[in-house]
Design a protein around this ligand. Structure first.
Ligand SMILES: *Cc1c(COP(=O)(O)O)cnc(C)c1O
Length: 374
């Protein structure tokens, strides 16, 4: 545990051992000696970018991937030397920063390369780039063979860019049917083979493709959601080739406990009404500003290993639960994760909010202190 740098007892504990275990399990499972690119965008899906990156490297990852220039620079201030790829489009005025900080960019337009070479051709160190192919995701990327060949040509001729990789991204790898996935894969293979020289690193698989499809490893896989011990989808959950270790536990504690009587109310709108004279209510210092969205009203939490319900409306900073009996102030409460022999998986929040675990882990706000366990 790090030194005490927080006061409110609402914390997300991140188990770095779990992250290392997930990475090394994937490494053992891969058919080839494909590299593992640890996807740590959005503050490592809310888990903490620098700490997760270091854990992933200890377990054998060889490259990091983020979504934005800001995320790349944030990691680079703490971790030098490690290859770091930005997966999204970047504006050209970031190029000097990429050059100085050894940050690899994703590119998909010859025109962009030509313009950037003109404006930044004088820079001292070259900027590595990966060409992005849109094989069916419809987001960013080159779609045609001629376009790809033209792009490669201007990169090779450019005074500041250096071709390091080529990749694509699957839209349906987490689904049971593989038809669309196969179409994307063939398109990618066909486009890559149209180049006279293959870049160093060819990669396509995200978590789902690497765990449940035919693994399409090429030279590297991009490991995101399951590095954190979470499944990309409920279908993938039923097909996992090895057990995942969820890294995040969201905990708080009772800061107030009281008995209320039949007919008394709790929370905004006085929505909850006590049905008996022996209604015990506990208050937790966590609310929707932390990511415990109002839509989670009625969700259960764990106290003394038992499931208890959130009652009344969730406030910005506080939330009430109904306790089965009197309990002490200071009693530990688990909102996501294990307590004794019981568990509330993050998926439960996702189901209640009709979304995916990706969104849940990203929405736990920066107000929640992250505590790292190694
Ligand atoms: C986010 C992202 C990933 C990681 O996806 P997971 O499903 O979390 O493994 C991989 N590649 C790209 C291009 C991404 O944007």
């Amino acid at each position: 545990m790090n030194e005490k740098a927080y006061f409110r007892p609402t914390i997300a504990t991140i188990d770095l051992q779990a992250i290392q275990q997930n990475v090394s399990n994937l490494k053992k499972y891969l058919k080839t000696d494909a590299e593992i690119i640890a996807v740590v965008k959005a503050n490592a899906y809310g888990h903490g970018d620098v700490q997760v990156s270091e854990a992933a490297f200890r377990a054998g990852a060889t490259m990091l991937a983020v979504a934005t220039p800001e995320e790349a620079l944030h990691i680079r201030t703490a971790i030098k030397e490690v290859p770091l790829l930005i997966l999204g489009a970047v504006p050209q005025d970031f190029i000097p920063f990429a050059s100085q900080n050894n940050i690899t960019l994703t590119v998909f337009s010859a025109q962009w390369i030509v313009q950037a070479s003109r404006d930044y051709g004088h820079l001292d160190s070259k900027v590595k780039v990966h060409m992005k192919i849109d094989s069916g995701m419809g987001r960013i990327g080159v779609r045609e063979e001629a376009e790809l060949i033209a792009l490669q040509k201007v990169i090779v001729q450019s005074p500041i860019f250096e071709l390091d990789g080529i990749f694509t991204h699957f839209a349906t790898a987490d689904e049971e049917t593989s038809e669309y996935y196969e179409i994307q894969k063939s398109k990618f293979i066909q486009l890559v083979s149209s180049l006279d020289e293959k870049p160093r690193l060819v990669h396509a698989a995200n978590t789902a493709a690497s765990l449940v499809k035919d693994r399409v490893e090429f030279d590297a896989v991009r490991f995101g959601i399951s590095m954190y011990g979470l499944s990309p989808s409920e279908f993938v959950e039923t097909q996992l080739p090895f057990e995942l270790n969820p890294a995040l536990t969201l905990e708080s504690e009772l800061v107030h406990v009281k008995k209320i009587h039949k007919g008394e109310h709790v929370g905004y709108g006085a929505k909850f009404e006590a049905a008996t004279d022996e209604t015990w209510v506990g208050t937790l210092p966590i609310g929707y500003a932390d990511g415990l969205l109002r839509g989670l009203e009625g969700q259960e939490v764990l106290v003394q290993g038992e499931r208890v319900k959130i009652i009344g409306r969730i406030c910005m900073d506080q939330t009430m639960v109904q306790l089965p009996r009197e309990m002490a102030v200071g009693e530990k409460v688990v909102l996501i994760g294990k307590q004794n022999n019981n568990c509330i998986p993050m998926q439960e929040w996702a189901d209640r909010l009709q979304t995916i675990v990706y969104e849940i882990s990203c929405m736990l706000s920066s107000r929640i202190t992250r505590v790292y366990k190694d």
